[in-house]
Structures are given as structure tokens and as C-alpha cells.
Design a protein around this ligand. Structure first.
Ligand code: NDP
Ligand code: 7N6
Length: 310
């Protein structure tokens, strides 16, 4: 179908200004307009959005583009029934999320989070002699080896770490010494100092990290979650931290976001929380615009869409 009018849903403001994104697409072909949840979408052919709202389904759209890689909130069957194509933004976060995940590992190893907390109290406190450790020769297991997982694996490897990983098709991945299938998850995580989660949220991955997995992990290990909150059984994680089954956690995503004020995760020395910000960067809008521009070209030339999910 020919796309002559493209909407930009105001919810993209959560990640970048809608107007900056609209201007980046000014020469892309279609007329581009910012819409909000009160606007009638029926004049649009396609919509770029952060949130999913039910009224998108019956607006006669041909195509919805998600500015996130994770599209777990979209109803695939309902989109399919109405013939609405859904594309996502996988492919654009490997470097920044890789830097965030490995930054969390660096913080735990070099105690940066502890120093910052002491700074806020105006306290000069040295770490205990055996608190800090070198990352060289430590091991990381990266669960999910797509854009995010590879971004994490190459950076962990560059710091001298031994890297293993998990994915359903256990084919070799550069910089990853051994790739395990999901049924061998316990073997994969058992020796790792860091277990970094980078899978999409699906029926298979929901709560894939729960009590048995935390028990399988080393007592001095850290879990890093930059995937989706429900990939971790959050109450099992709290129990594992309380029981010292693992040492700590670096968490960018949570079962409920924003993380409720009464969550016991807020106030723990060995938990670093980031507000679903691992992917944030000043180039985000331009990276999404590149995918959208490419798909507009493909639509014009009758080619199949890239990053197509439905
Ligand atoms: P990709 O599709 O590139 O990678 C997903 C990887 O997960 C693939 O290697 C896939 O391999 C693997 N995988 C899928 N299912 C399973 C499973 N059941 N067990 C083990 N491995 C599995 O996606 P991205 O790397 O771009 O993003 C991954 C997810 O991370 C997104 O869906 C999103 O939820 C989240 N995300 C979070 C961000 C943040 O800001 N915190 C930013 C970007 C993404 P295979 O098919 O072989 O199993
Ligand atoms: C906005 C979050 C994704 O799935 O959740 C992330 O792509 C992006 C920076």
C-alpha cells in the first residue's frame, strides 16, 4: 500500500521529542503529522508510536512502527486479523545497552555505586580489601544473543571477560566462547559472575529467572536485566538477595514500571536501579527514522518490510 500520510504518536515524547522526529522525516515522502490520543487517526496510512492503544486497531492503518525493540505489549493476533503490519526497532540498541549492561558490571567490580552513595553522605570510605575485583577473567553469561546480547558480549569480551551465552538456535556467535540452548540454562549460568538478560518477553521467557535459577547461580554472582521486567520473577529475586543466593542485581526493567515507591529493591547496597533508560541516547530519534525511511522506500518499491513482526 502507498503511504501518503504518516502519524507520529505523541507517546514517542517518552524517548525523544515528537517534533524533532517529524522534522527528521520531512524529506521521507509522506506528509508527517504529530497525533495524540484524542485525534482521529482515520486519515493516516501509518503510525509511529511508543505506546500501544486499542483504538489503533480500528483506525484503518496499514502499518504501525514501534520505536521499541520489545513489542510484547502489542496484540499480534488482532493486528494480523486486520491486516495491519507491525515493525519494531530492533538493531539500534546494541552499543548503548551494551555500554549500560557492561557499565553495571564495571560498577559492581570497581565499587562505583558504593563510592557514589558515600559521596552523597559526604563520607570518605575505602572498600574492604576484598570487595573490589578485576573484570579480566571474570565470566559473563549473556541470555539472548541478538542485538542487545551481542552488544553486551563484545564489550564484556573486550574487557577480558570469558563470555558464554544462551539462545534457542545455539549457533556460534563472535566473542562468545560457548552458546547453550535454553534447556541448558542452568549449566550456562552456573559458573558466571554475571548473568545478563537480553531476551524478548515471550511465554517462554517470562520468569525464566526464578528460584531454581538463582540457586544455580554462584553466591558471588550478579544478575543484570536490560530485557523486560517479567523475564525475572521479581519476588524470587528479592528472596534470593535476602538469602544471599546471589550477590546483587543491576536492573533497568521491572515487573511494574515505574518501580513502586514501596518496593524493597530501592534500598539495597548491591542493587543498582536504572529507570528503563539503558537504551536512551541523543541519536535515538535518528536511528528510528533510518528504519522508518528504509521501510517507506520498501513500501514504494513493493519490497517486504524490514524488522517486521506481524
Ligand atoms: P533481538 O531479536 O535482536 O534478540 C533476541 C535474542 O533472544 C535472539 O538472540 C534470540 O535468539 C533470543 N531468544 C529469543 N527467545 C529466546 C528464548 N526463549 N531463550 C533464549 N534466547 C531467546 O532483540 P534485541 O536484542 O533487539 O532486544 C531484545 C529485547 O530486549 C527486546 O525484545 C526488548 O524487550 C529488550 N530491550 C530493552 C531495552 C532497554 O532499554 N532496556 C532496549 C532494547 C531492547 P533465538 O531466536 O535463537 O532464540
Ligand atoms: C526506550 C526503551 C526497547 O524495547 O524498551 C526498549 O527498545 C526501549 C529507550
Amino acid at each position: 500500500p502507498h503511504i501518503s500520510t504518516l502519524g507520529v504518536h505523541e507517546s514517542v515524547d517518552e524517548v525523544f521529542p515528537a517534533a524533532v522526529f517529524r522534522d527528521a522525516l520531512a524529506d521521507a515522502g509522506p506528509s508527517v503529522e504529530i497525533v495524540d490520543s484524542d485525534d482521529d487517526l482515520t486519515a493516516l496510512d501509518a503510525l509511529v508510536t511508543f505506546e500501544y492503544e486499542e483504538y489503533f486497531l480500528d483506525a484503518g492503518l496499514d502499518w504501525i512502527h514501534s520505536i521499541q525493540a520489545g513489542v510484547d505489549r502489542f496484540p499480534f493476533d488482532a493486528l494480523q486479523e486486520r491486516g495491519i503490519a507491525l515493525t519494531n526497532s530492533t538493531g539500534i540498541h546494541g552499543d548503548v545497552v551494551g555500554e549500560t549492561a557492561v557499565g553495571l558490571m564495571l560498577s559492581f567490580a570497581r565499587r562505583l555505586h558504593a563510592h557514589r552513595s558515600n559521596q552523597e553522605r559526604g563520607e570518605w570510605v575505602k572498600p574492604a580489601w576484598d570487595d573490589a575485583f578485576p573484570l579480566r577473567r571474570e565470566s559473563a553469561c549473556v541470555v539472548g544473543l541478538g542485538t542487545l546480547g551481542r552488544g553486551i558480549a563484545t564489550r564484556a569480551s573486550a574487557l577480558g571477560m570469558d563470555v558464554t551465552g544462551v539462545k534457542r538456535t545455539p549457533t556460534p556467535v563472535d566473542g562468545v566462547d560457548e552458546v547453550y540452548p535454553p534447556e541448558d540454562l542452568h549449566d550456562a549460568i552456573a559458573d558466571a559472575r554475571f548473568v545478563a538478560l537480553a531476551v524478548p518477553l515471550t511465554d517462554d521467557t517470562e520468569k525464566m529467572m526464578s528460584t531454581p535459577e538463582f540457586e544455580a547461580m554462584r553466591d558471588d554472582a550478579y544478575v543484570i536485566n536490560v530485557a523486560r521486567g517479567p523475564v525475572v520473577d521479581q519476588s524470587a529475586l528479592v528472596d534470593a538477595l535476602d538469602a544471599s543466593e546471589i550477590s546483587g542485581a543491576g536492573l533497568d526493567v521491572f515487573e511494574t514500571e515505574p518501580l513502586p515507591a514501596d518496593s524493597t529493591l530501592w534500598d539495597r547496597d548491591e542493587v543498582i536501579l536504572t529507570p528503563h533508560a539503558a537504551g536512551f541516547n541523543e541519536e535515538y530519534y535518528e536511528r528510528v527514522a533510518t528504519i522508518v525511511r528504509e521501510n517507506l522506500r520498501r513500501q514504494r518499491e513493493g519490497e517486504s518490510l524490514t524488522n517486521r513482526v506481524v
